[in-house]
Ligand binder design. Structure first.
Ligand SMILES: [Zn+2]
Length: 242
């Protein structure tokens, strides 16, 4: 195999490692977003459960005040009944008092219903509080873990980049730009083997002369179809190229 191609194969290994590390690093942020999403949805669930309780407590308070107001009216009408001497007026006041009593019964029923809903809402708050506590603990640990992973990957990436640059400096400077152009368009599969007379990258059948030239290992051969750099390992059968 041409020495320059051997070096490009090693460089390709470095680049594969770089790409893998970059992909892993790029995956950290979306994971962090998912974790934060879980956290904020548990905070929101807690907040809306708490709001439901506050709303019902306000409602209960309002019903209590309404009941008090009706009771006060009954006291007022009863006092007026004591003072009046007119039968019509007395009857009218009795009617008013009965109206107040009916209103109080209705308010009592409503209060009972609100109390039941309040109990359920308080149970929801307790569950949401527990869920929030768990989510906070879990997500704290996950965020910390992700930060550790991120730092480790950043360091590995920086190291890998340095090693790659160091190695790239030993590659034929005439070949390097050609390789790097391919790296941009073909990803991490640039230096490919010839097997059974076909390009290991695009799988097109190669001309016999290209296979022979690759096998000879004197010049750099690129696949005429995809442009990838070809190499040939001993033991591969050149006859398949025909
Ligand atoms: Zn090809």
């Amino acid at each position: 195999m041409l020495e320059a191609v051997e070096k490009l194969l090693i460089l390709q290994d470095h680049d594969r490692r770089l790409l893998r590390l970059q992909a892993e690093l790029a995956n950290v942020e979306p994971q962090r977003r998912l974790v934060l999403q879980r956290r904020s949805s548990s905070e929101e669930a807690f907040e809306s459960a708490r709001q439901a309780v506050l709303h019902l407590e306000t409602e209960r308070k309002r019903l209590e005040l309404d009941t008090e107001a009706q009771k006060a009216l009954i006291i007022k009408y009863s006092a007026q009944q004591w003072q009046t001497r007119k039968n019509e007026e007395y009857k009218a006041l009795t009617h008013e008092i009965e109206g107040c009593q009916a209103a109080i019964r209705k308010l009592d029923d409503q209060q009972l219903e609100v109390m039941e809903r309040l109990e359920a809402a308080e149970r929801n708050v307790a569950a949401a509080t527990e869920e929030r506590r768990l989510a906070r603990a879990d997500t704290d640990a996950q965020i910390l873990q992700l930060a550790t992973t991120e730092t480790r990957l950043q360091k590995q990436l920086a190291d890998a980049q340095a090693t790659r640059s160091e190695f790239a400096a030993t590659v034929d400077p005439l070949l390097l730009p050609r390789y790097e152009r391919l790296l941009k368009t073909k990803g991490d599969k640039i230096i490919v083997s010839v097997e059974r007379g076909v390009c290991g990258g695009c799988h097109m059948k190669l001309a016999r002369q290209d296979v022979i030239n690759t096998q000879a290992g004197r010049d750099l051969v690129q696949c005429p179809n995809c442009g990838r750099i070809l190499y040939y390992l001993a033991g591969m059968d050149v006859k398949h190229a025909e």
